[in-house]
Design a protein around this ligand. Structure first.
Ligand code: URA
Length: 254
């Protein structure tokens, strides 16, 4: 295929993807590799397909300058794009940055984040091995002088979702974990109670999706039974990833 023809194909595929994130099935990474290969065959460029970090970089820049939600763009300290290994097998999805994340520019660094990091470590991963992102890249604004965070609205989530869709397309994790019902609503567009959603496999665009409680819920509800449920969900994730599970891990309580 000649380069102009390939450009046309890629542009057409990208347009279809932008209009409907279920199609086409060629991922961004696959398209980038295809393009690099064709360029190399044409002798225009040596073969170095952009890696996933390079593919994420322009999206991070678009997020940094995003003003689609003017009320959030003018109240945020900074955007919170995502953190971790762009080649991760495992990706966690939360709802939105809170006050700590807004300050530090990194998801899950507050109290709930510390618990998530503990869960990740108990799974025998380092925080740097997995990828962590939110549905919203800006902190939901709260009235001046008030404390705490608020949940994102459905419109804010719909507006921001395409960035997450692109992140998932590039990272292509083997397993996704959605933390809490709000993250599920943002990702799948379906509302449900955690009682009916958690603990079993769902799918997002063909990627196995485990739904579990948000760590903030576990901070509010310290019952060992609730913590154990999250850990059982994580054991299912480890099994799906074909990671070895020790006896100690099987008996673990968060
Ligand atoms: N809660 C979330 O859902 N995301 C964060 O980044 C922090 C807390």
């Amino acid at each position: 295929m000649t380069q102009p023809a390939l450009d046309l194909v890629i542009a057409a595929l990208e347009k279809i993807r932008e209009e409907n994130d279920r199609a086409p099935r060629a991922s961004r990474t696959a398209l980038a590799r295809l393009q690099a290969e064709v360029l190399q065959k044409a002798g225009t460029q040596p073969l170095t397909a952009p890696n996933k970090a390079e593919l994420l970089a322009p999206i991070r820049e678009r997020v940094r300058g995003c003003t689609k939600c003017p009320h959030l763009a003018c109240t945020r300290t900074q955007t919170v794009f995502g953190v971790g290994n762009p080649d991760a097998e495992l990706m966690f999805i939360g709802e939105a940055p809170g006050v700590d994340e807004d300050k530090q520019g990194e998801p899950f660094v507050g109290r709930a984040g510390q618990l998530l990091t503990k869960i990740i470590k108990a799974m025998n991963f380092a925080r740097e091995d997995v990828y962590i992102a939110n549905i919203l890249k800006c902190r939901p604004d709260t009235p001046a002088g008030t404390f705490g965070n608020r949940a994102p609205t459905p419109i804010e989530m719909q507006t921001c979702r395409p960035y997450l869709v692109e992140q998932i397309e590039i990272i292509e994790p083997k397993v996704l974990v959605a933390l809490g019902a709000v993250a599920v609503e943002g990702l799948l567009g379906t509302r449900g109670t955690m009682r009916e959603l958690r603990g079993r496999w769902h799918a997002y665009n063909g990627i196995p999706l485990m739904i579990t409680y948000h760590p903030a819920y576990l901070l509010r509800n310290q019952a060992p039974s609730e913590k154990r449920k999250v850990w059982e969900d994580m054991l299912q994730v480890l099994e799906r990833l074909e990671r070895p599970i020790t006896e100690r891990q099987r008996n673990y309580f968060l």
